[in-house]
Design a protein around this ligand. Sequence first.
Ligand SMILES: NC(=O)c1ccc[n+]([C@@H]2O[C@H](COP(=O)([O-])OP(=O)(O)OC[C@H]3O[C@@H](n4cnc5c(N)ncnc54)[C@H](OP(=O)(O)O)[C@@H]3O)[C@@H](O)[C@H]2O)c1
Length: 222
Amino acid sequence: MARVLITGAAGGIGIELVRHYLAVGDEVIAVCRDPGPGLSALRCERVDDADLTRAQGIERVATAVAGRRLDLVIHNAGLLRRDDYASLASAGADIRAQFELNALAPLLLTAALDASLGEGSKLALISSRMGSVGDNSSGNYYGYRMSKAALNIAGRSLAINLRERGIAVALLHPGFVRTPMTAGAGDLDPAESARLLAQRIAALDLASSGRFWHARGEVLPW
Ligand SMILES: NC(=O)c1ccc[n+]([C@@H]2O[C@H](COP(=O)([O-])OP(=O)(O)OC[C@H]3O[C@@H](n4cnc5c(N)ncnc54)[C@H](OP(=O)(O)O)[C@@H]3O)[C@@H](O)[C@H]2O)c1
């Protein structure tokens, strides 16, 4: 049985990741701001009131897991704010908010959880192909794209720095998934995305660490 910590666990892809790992018998620590009725109904350990853009939120999570090993950390919490070239002059606060949650929070939370990570632990950073420079053919979404590109380069550095401790890191695009973030648009249900992500995470090892994958399995361009 693995111990799995999942952020953004109250809804969307996150709650389906919680359901998936509970269903296969793993121990799940679900991190959220507010569990809502969905996550409250699941039998798992929770860290509530954890706004990951605030130092107190990161500390709450670190305190809750102190002294315990984590086999897998899934940095899933994320924020999408729509912007375009015409709206840039007023988009600064939203762009900063996306950097705080999408890029900085996974990095700071990883650092805060460092003592719980060891040989064989895995980090899954839920990124987006919208953070791919090579794949950007439609522009706009400055804050989201920039923050996920920043997450990608952070994840690559984490993979390099943690390799000697036997810790593998994956950057994962979950697909275009019908969640609140996409207002229900998408090609995949969250449960199917969670299943594909879990498959990719299961296949992750030190040989494949540091790559950017579509949950379906293909390597994505940076
Ligand atoms: N859906 C897609 O098509 C798609 C595509 C590519 C990548 N992704 C990525 O997949 C991940 C999950 O997305 P989703 O579609 O499931 O989105 P979602 O339904 O909007 O869920 C986002 C989660 O992040 C949490 N969150 C937001 N702000 C937070 C904060 N300050 N501190 C802690 N948690 C916070 C939310 O918690 P609250 O419930 O408290 O707001 C929610 O649980 C994200 O990283 C997203 O960028 C999604």
